[in-house]
Design a protein around this ligand. Structure first.
Ligand code: LLP
Length: 417
């Protein structure tokens, strides 16, 4: 993966730090994140978008990695921040994100969450349904938004009825999706918002799914929102896929931007502002999970290599059948034995890879699973009393923990006597 090399002994080096040194310092499992790779990706998005459409902003869909250190990093790079609900909103503000750059999402935003967003001066709230409009009207009747002078900018989330080729659980643009409004309902919401004196309709939002590996759905989404008329703002969402396995060939950031902006040049007003919200593709390839082999078991034609983590720190396999590569981090990867890389949790779905060649796997070996920067931290959990792993930033040969490993005491922290 990007930012990784092998040292003289064939050990994996992450952001200039040998993987064995990271494992010795922080233990395993650990999520190692190359800060330089995230910053580079953020700039590639921001610069690539600005070069194609100057009145624009790249926003980070923070659900992909909602930890304050990551919010800080992307806020420092000048990106806006997309938050889903009050929790991510609070994290973004705590990390020092500019409220004006916040885009607030959710298909079930409570009045409390919307109030939090309005009072924080969130630059954009995305209306997903008519109830959002009712709640916001009510909130704005008694709250003067300091940054907007009592007028809250909003976008309408549109469901264009597009079906990208991705896992059904992360497909959001089709008729039947719980997100957004189909074109006829979106038109109705737009008309209502145009008549509102407290909500300022800036434009429309569209996001058709995640881990999308071709550019066509992105172009189709822009065509669909263009049908709704001319607006000041078009938020084109996220969704670009990442390269999890050697076989994956996602479009590049530039190909992805070209696909959308080519349509925008034809169909959107030249002075409109364009926002994008990449999440996964901003952080996935910057992350590598490190595990220690606990057991190697052979039988029935299978080799099970069991590690000290699994679905507690990576739900991507269980939830979306995502495929990952893996390697012994201390030896050069060569021809290996086809192994099932499994976790420590009490169910058969707890697999990190159903078939990966590992060279002579031994108990105590360090295993690296690359491309784990997106949605793993976000979905990590305490199943079987697992302590969630630390997040370690690496940068030019230096390393620092930005999230510590949970302790057994943490597991009881919310329990009442
Ligand atoms: N904008 C909105 C409104 C979204 O709902 C999402 C993701 C994004 C942007 C960012 O999409 P991305 O660039 O990351 O594809 N938990 C799942 C992923 C769910 C994605 C939900 N929405 C997973 O672990 O694969």
């Amino acid at each position: 993966p990007p930012g990784t090399t092998l040292d003289g002994s064939g050990a994996l080096v992450l952001g200039g730090v040998p993987a064995p040194e990271l494992a010795a310092t922080y233990g395993t499992p650990a999520l190692v994140v190359d800060e330089v790779a995230i910053r580079a990706r953020a700039r590639r998005y921001a610069d690539g978008l600005a070069a194609r459409w100057p009145n624009s902003r790249a926003t980070f869909a923070s659900k992909a990695f909602p930890c304050t250190a990551v919010y800080r990093l992307l806020a420092e790079e000048g990106l806006g921040i997309d938050v889903a609900g009050g929790g991510e909103l609070t994290l973004a503000l705590a990390a020092g994100a500019d409220p004006a750059g916040l885009v607030v999402h959710g298909n079930a935003k409570t009045e409390e969450e919307l109030r939090l967003a309005v009072e924080a001066g969130a630059g954009t709230i995305v209306v997903d349904n008519f109830d959002d409009i009712d709640k916001l009207e009510k909130i704005l009747r008694d709250t003067a938004n300091a940054t907007t002078g009592g007028e809250q900018p909003v976008l309408v989330r549109v469901t264009p009825d597009i079906r990208p080729d991705t896992h059904e659980a992360i497909s959001t643009g089709q008729n039947g999706s719980k997100f957004g409004l189909l074109l006829p309902q979106a038109r109705e919401a737009i008309a209502r918002l145009r008549g509102s004196d407290r909500l300022r309709l800036d434009g429309v939002h569209v996001h058709v799914g995640s881990q999308i590996l071709d550019t066509a759905p992105f172009a189709q989404a822009v065509e669909a929102v263009a049908e709704l008329g001319e607006f000041a703002v078009y938020d084109l969402g996220g969704g670009l896929g990442s390269r999890y396995t050697y076989a994956d060939r996602p479009p590049t950031v530039e190909e992805y931007l070209d696909a959308m902006i080519d349509v925008a040049r034809r169909l959107l007003p030249a002075d409109a502002r364009i926002l994008i919200e990449p999440g996964r593709s901003m952080v996935a390839e910057a992350g590598v999970s490190l595990y220690r082999v606990v057991s190697v078991k052979r039988g029935g034609g299978h080799t099970f290599v069991a590690v000290d983590g699994g679905m507690g720190d990576n739900l991507e396999v269980s939830l979306y059948q995502q495929r990952f590569e893996a390697a012994v981090a201390t030896r050069p990867t060569g021809e290996g034995e086809l192994c099932r890389l499994v976790g420590r949790h009490c169910e058969s779905g707890d697999t990190l890879s159903a078939g990966v060649p590992l060279q002579d796997p031994q108990v105590g070996d360090l295993i690296a699973v690359p491309v784990t920067g997106a949605y793993t931290y976000a979905l990590s959990n305490n199943y079987n009393g697992a302590r969630r792993p630390p997040v370690v930033f690496v940068k030019d040969g230096a390393h620092r923990a930005v999230v510590r490993r949970e302790t057994y005491a943490d597991l009881m922290r919310r329990d009442l006597p």
